[in-house]
Design a protein around this ligand. Structure first.
Ligand code: ADP
Ligand code: ZN
Length: 435
């Protein structure tokens, strides 16, 4: 039987949800128009007034906001409330370019914590659980976001932050942690460390993990589930919209339910900005319906995915987003072919390799080059040099099938690729250095 943190809204009818969104949108647009000069100017420029927005059907009339706007308006230009009513800031991890910061009022924090609590309950969490938070604490939203959610659920919360992996495992054993929250790349690292410590999933008490903040593949999910003996749930969010908990996975594990009472989602064509019908692949855009401190309307996330309203066996009615493949700006264009790092990860794990890899792109004499460094396990490393070459070739062949272009594969010694305690850096694009 599925459990919900806020059953009324999580299982409301689609009509109820849409009516609530319309009501909130009208109010939010008025509030933003009055309080945020930067956005008022954009609306004026487009010739839209708050009176033109009568419900969600009018959403498309509003101007978009992009990361460039956030940088232009840095630090206070998009602030939606009096600074004296704000109680916290967070900042993006700066994976791509300069950081942006977001402001939170107490109400914003409260609603955010609710969103994370919904995710924890969807992963089977209750007040009997011991929840180990191994996301980074600080400006990054991961740690404090899940922390707030775990408190709301009433879990015994272990605010570990990321890093010190052996200590994470010791605490896990001493306190019998049942739920772990961290990035998927860090979860993989914890699984690897567990094994190195001579332990198995039977030596720990974890039952579930809530992993997000970076793209990860289904293959990686299965790997983590095996290495930690858990069910692994995806969670999505971005600092600009609040942090983790914008969307969360239920036991069906077929996409993440968007917390639609707070976040109104659209999919647009990233080239033309045109709104696409449900089921189309495109760029995800969020309108924050409740946020006071940093109330972004029609924010373009650059995350590429698909939305679906297909009924879910968990009974939740919130629309679901598919796992984003990575951001449009994570997509590499190599010799004219679009390549996502996640496609490379899929091939690697399918072929029996570890998710420890690094992609290097360069341009030599006007030709793009793609090198993939893949770490071997100690058992794989004992093969002869001849075997290694044969394996490099067969892995490169498997990648051509997936990518449509041929990479140069380098199988490297165990422990030579740096592990990640937060968001993994998978790509080095040296072409940018030449531009
Ligand atoms: P930064 O933009 O510096 O990485 P954030 O920490 O706010 O800052 O990251 C938000 C981004 O992380 C999202 O826009 C998305 O690209 C990625 N992300 C977050 N959760 C997931 C997830 N579950 N799956 C894939 N990507 C995710
Ligand atoms: Zn569901």
């Amino acid at each position: 039987m599925a459990n919900y943190y806020q059953p009324e809204i999580e299982t409301a009818s689609v009509e109820e949800i849409k009516a609530l969104q319309s009501e909130k949108l009208v109010k939010q647009v008025k509030r933003v128009y009055e309080n945020v000069k930067y956005y008022r100017d954009l609306m004026d420029e487009k010739g839209v007034t708050p009176d033109d927005i009568k419900g969600i059907e009018d959403l498309h009339k509003l101007p978009f906001l992009t990361k460039a706007d956030l940088r232009n308006a840095y630090p206070y230009g998009l602030l939606g409330a009096d600074l004296k009513d704000c109680v916290r800031i967070h900042s993006t991890s700066g994976t791509t370019g300069k950081r942006v910061i977001a402001f939170y009022t107490q109400k914003d924090i409260d609603l955010w914590d609710d969103c994370c609590a919904r995710a924890i309950v969807a992963a089977g969490g209750t007040n009997e659980d011991i929840c180990q938070i191994a996301y980074g604490y600080g400006l990054f939203t991961g740690g404090l976001g899940l922390h707030g959610g775990a408190h709301k659920v009433g879990c015994l919360t272990l605010p570990m932050s990321s890093g010190n992996t052996e200590r994470q495992i010791e605490f896990m054993q001493d306190l019998n942690s049942t739920i772990i929250c961290c990035t998927p790349s860090y979860a993989a690292y914890i699984g690897e460390t567990l094994k190195e410590m001579g332990l198995s999933p039977d030596d720990i008490n974890l039952k579930a993990g809530i992993f997000g903040a970076e793209p990860w593949t289904e293959e990686m999910r299965r790997d983590i589930e095996k290495s930690l003996g858990i069910k692994a749930y995806d969670i999505y969010g971005l600092t600009e919209s609040t942090g983790p908990g914008v969307a969360f996975e239920c036991e069906e594990q077929t996409g993440m339910h968007i917390n639609e009472d707070h976040f109104l989602a659209e999919i647009i064509d990233p080239e033309t900005g045109e709104v696409l019908p449900e089921g189309s692949k495109g760029e995800l855009v969020f309108t924050n319906l409740d946020k006071e401190g940093f109330p972004l309307l029609r924010y373009r996330t650059r995350d590429i995915c698909v939305l679906s309203r297909k009924p879910c066996s968990c009974g939740r009615t919130f629309i679901k987003m598919a796992k984003p493949m990575g951001r449009s700006d994570d997509m590499l264009i190599i010799r004219g072919v679009n390549v996502f790092p996640s496609q490379i990860e899929t091939v690697l794990i399918k072929e029996g390799y570890s998710p420890n890899y690094l992609i290097e792109v360069d341009r030599v004499k006007n030709n793009d080059t793609l090198d993939v460094y893949v770490e071997l396990s100690p058992e794989q490393f004992s093969d002869t040099v001849k075997d290694l070459h044969a394996n490099e070739k067969s892995l490169a062949d498997a990648m051509i099938q997936m990518l449509g272009i041929k990479p140069k594969v380098h199988l490297v010694a165990p422990k030579t690729i740096k592990r990640s305690e937060g968001k993994a850096v998978r790509v080095i694009d040296k072409r940018k250095l030449h531009d």
